[in-house]
Design a protein around this ligand. Structure first.
Ligand code: AMP
Ligand code: GLY
Length: 421
């Protein structure tokens, strides 16, 4: 088999690493990839949104399966494009990816089907939004409707913050057209948890849960990022809460999408808050999470290609999917200045001294320049330590992370600390 993976982050590196364990796979291409994917796949210089070029490449290179990593191409309908060319593709169609691409679509769906989520109202008019906002208790959450690279959400603790967030989103258009419409929603208090599930319409096969750390600094301080680190499993969260989330949120949502004529095929990723009234939905993503994937896939004992094929064939209910009891902790090494502006092209050292036994190194923002691996993004590397429990996995991740250096390297030092309290 020949496979084309679309994307350039740590998530795609981890997907390729996991697929590579299947010996039926002859060749993997990654468009456009990074310095890490280049060690396992052939990187090709085509961007994630260049659909005609991607389809042409797949036709000319006898691609048997396309796997799409990021949200943007899914929201823009990449799956529909490959299906129109009769090329098997893993991921939701445009009408199903809308569950991530439009927060208003997602909230209205959950309201219609009575699925637990924060109370909310939606607005297209700034004055109406502002009038409503002034009536609401604090804290309050303001969200741009569309995709905003993880940045369109403001959790506001003061009136000033709330006014500023609404102004930036709807008037200053800091997130472009994504902010033409907004959701203003109730603040949920509790622990966050991510559950990703393989879904083929009706059938939901949950993965082992993970927890992300979004703020850039230790102690959850500073602005939100795409994710500074993750761990899995979550030993401090009772199994009953995980089961309740699957039964009351993820399965009903998959059924709702079928009822709406938008069957979801791919990875449905629920961001959840465990409140005192039970788990509630914060968001849905229509894809693997980054860096959730980096800790979840190394714990998958089953064959990822088989899961992808079963999803496309609608036979996800018929295969075995098992998870290792081992723990995994991912520490993200980022560039100085991230999530704001940051330099690129800085040489990275220490990578050649690390073996998979120490920790897995998944590249995110890296490139090769004159034979040297250099930084090429905000999140540079994800270091995944493994071990019998979170403590060992965490120690392995940090020991290895400390052996890698480049100018301005920044990382959180408290990833997974919550699990050890
Ligand atoms: P999102 O991009 O929707 O995942 O939101 C980013 C982060 O904002 C989440 O991971 C939460 O930490 C926080 N957040 C979003 N919505 C809420 C909410 N209703 N209540 C409390 N925190 C929230
Ligand atoms: N880590 C969160 C995301 O992938 O959206």
């Amino acid at each position: 088999m020949n496979i084309l993976v679309v994307g350039r982050g740590g998530r795609e590196h981890a997907i390729i690493w996991s697929l590579k364990r299947n010996k039926k796979i002859k060749k993997i291409y990654c468009a456009p990839g990074n310095a890490g994917t280049a060690t396992l796949a052939d990187n090709i210089d085509i961007g994630e949104l260049e659909f005609p070029r991607l389809v042409k490449f797949a036709q000319e290179n006898a691609i048997d399966l396309v796997v799409v990593g990021p949200d943007d191409p899914l929201a823009a309908g990449i799956v529909d494009e490959f299906e129109a060319a009769a090329i098997p593709v893993y991921g939701p169609r445009k009408n199903a990816a809308e569950i991530e691409g439009s927060k208003i679509f997602m909230k209205d769906l959950l309201r219609k089907y009575n699925i637990p989520t924060a109370k909310y109202e939606t607005f297209t008019d700034y004055n109406a939004a502002n009038a409503y906002l002034k009536q609401q208790p604090l804290p309050i959450v303001i969200k741009a409707d569309g995709l905003a690279a993880g940045k369109g959400v403001a959790v506001c603790f003061t009136r000033e913050e709330a006014d500023k967030a609404l102004q930036e989103t709807m008037v200053d258009k800091s997130f472009g057209a994504a902010g033409d419409k907004v959701v203003i929603e109730e603040f949920l208090e509790g622990q966050e948890m991510s559950i990703l599930a393989f879904v083929d319409g009706e059938t939901v096969r949950p993965m082992s849960p993970a927890q992300d750390h979004k703020p850039v600094f230790d102690g959850d301080k500073g602005p939100n990022t795409g994710g500074m680190g993750t761990y899995s499993p979550l030993p401090h969260i009772p199994q009953a809460i995980i089961d309740e989330s699957i039964e009351n949120i993820i399965k009903p949502t998959a059924r709702a999408m079928v009822s709406e004529g938008r069957p979801f095929r791919g990875v449905l990723f629920a961001g959840l808050m465990i409140t005192k009234d039970g788990p509630k939905t914060i968001e849905f993503n229509a894809r693997f999470g980054d860096p959730e994937t980096q800790v979840v896939l190394p714990r998958l004992q089953s064959d990822l290609l088989e899961i992808f094929q079963a999803t496309i064939n609608g036979s996800l209910d018929k295969i075995d999917i098992s998870w290792s009891n081992e723990a995994a902790v991912c520490v993200v090494l980022a560039s100085e200045g991230y999530p704001s502006t940051y330099p690129k092209g800085l040489p990275i050292s220490g990578l050649d001294q690390i073996s998979d036994e120490d920790a897995l190194v998944f590249h995110a923002g890296t490139a090769i320049q004159d034979g040297q691996i250099v930084t090429n993004g905000g999140r540079v590397l994800g270091i995944v330590g493994r071990g019998p429990g979170i403590a060992e996995a965490r120690a392995n991740a940090y020991e290895t992370a400390n052996r890698i250096s480049y100018q301005g390297k920044q990382n959180r030092t408290d990833i997974a600390a919550k699990a050890l309290l």
